[in-house]
Design a protein around this ligand. Structure first.
Ligand code: UDP
Length: 322
């Protein structure tokens, strides 16, 4: 199929491109290289295996040009990473709302099926664990920038479902803390990148708060397998689907695991959230998906355990960053 991947030069997007090429798709990538990188897809570009368009989802004519010649769209382009959102709230909000509006509107106008990549951040700080797709969302006040990301992505989901009522074939996946090779070494979007970088450099590993907050770290191959399945499965249309492992890990334990796997002598330091995110920050205490829907609709289940995924990620890191 002729397939467009917005955000295809990003960390998850580029793995998605690999998978789609493996399945024989004819792939075009639209990416503004804000957090993505040409090197993530460079070998495909050089080999002429994909079309790469450097441009923004905020450009309606450009988006329409490429959507109209596609049969399937994976919309992953977004401002991502809590730290990035907190540092750049305005640009993040505009990209994540206007950009998605443009992509979905074009898909609707052209009758093209689309997958929307969303996030477990949508659940906010709810304490009901595990998170089911139809659960209530629990957010803090608008004065806390972090919740703008959750709000923008939830707006995107509303928009997608409203277009679905008007006939758009759209599926929505919510990612849970994806990690793996090609993580941005600056740490945007992942504590895993920060901890690997700090461990290898022998710097203190910076755990925020008491380190007992938990996440379900999902290896990128699993994230991508679920994304492809949700994009091509008819039964996924009009549905919201969690994609995450149920292996729950405390951040303090993650720090110790990564440090030991790397054989680092780094100290593990505990510091208030505010030292990193600035004043007025709220975190999600436990984030765990219920994945029965992905299992029944997509026959999807995560395959890579944390240790194995970290081994692969650390091996990649050493090869590319020393
Ligand atoms: N975190 C941390 N040290 C870091 C970066 C993040 O302790 O250097 C914590 C962060 O406060 C959160 C968890 O790790 O509790 C996951 O953060 P990340 O930004 O990876 O993703 P999130 O789950 O917040 O979207």
């Amino acid at each position: 199929m002729r397939t467009l991947v917005t955000g295809g030069a990003g960390y998850i997007g580029s793995h998605l491109v690999d998978a789609l090429l493996g399945l024989g798709h004819d792939v075009t990538v639209l990416d503004d290289l804000s957090t993505g990188s040409r090197s993530n897809i460079g070998r495909h570009v050089d080999a002429g295996a994909i079309d790469f368009v450097e441009g923004s989802i905020l450009d309606p004519d450009l988006v329409d040009q490429y959507v109209s010649t596609s049969e399937l769209v994976f919309h992953l382009a977004a401002a991502v990473g809590v730290k990035f959102i907190v540092d750049e709230p305005l640009a993040s909000l505009l990209t994540n709302t206007r950009g998605t509006e443009i992509v979905l509107g074009s898909c609707h106008a052209n009758g093209v099926r689309v997958l929307l990549a969303s996030t477990s951040e949508v659940y906010g700080k709810t304490s009901k664990v595990p998170f089911e797709e139809d659960d209530d969302r629990v957010l803090g006040p608008t004065t806390i920038h972090r919740w703008g990301y959750s709000t923008a992505k939830a707006f995107d989901e509303h928009l997608a479902l409203a277009y679905a009522d008007k006939g758009l074939e759209v599926s929505i996946v919510r990612y849970f803390n994806s990690y793996g090779p090609r993580l941005d070494p600056r740490g945007y979007g992942s504590v895993v990148a920060n901890f690997i970088r700090q461990s290898i450099a022998g710097e203190p590993i910076t755990v925020h708060g008491d380190g007992r907050q938990t996440r379900c770290f999902t290896y990128v191959d699993d994230t991508v397998a679920g994304t492809v399945a949700a994009g091509i499965t008819d039964a996924a249309m009009g549905r919201v689907i969690n994609l995450g492992t149920t292996e729950e890990t405390a951040i303090g334990d993650l720090a110790a695991t990564i440090r030991d796997m790397i054989g680092s002598s780094s100290d593990i330091s505990y510091a208030p959230y505010e030292d990193y995110y600035g004043s007025g920050f709220e975190d999600t205490r436990r984030r765990v998906p219920e994945i029965g829907r992905a299992s029944s609709l997509l026959q999807w289940e995560p395959k890579v355990r944390l240790r194995e995924g970290l081994e692969r990620t650390i091996a990649w890191w050493r090869e590319t960053h020393g």
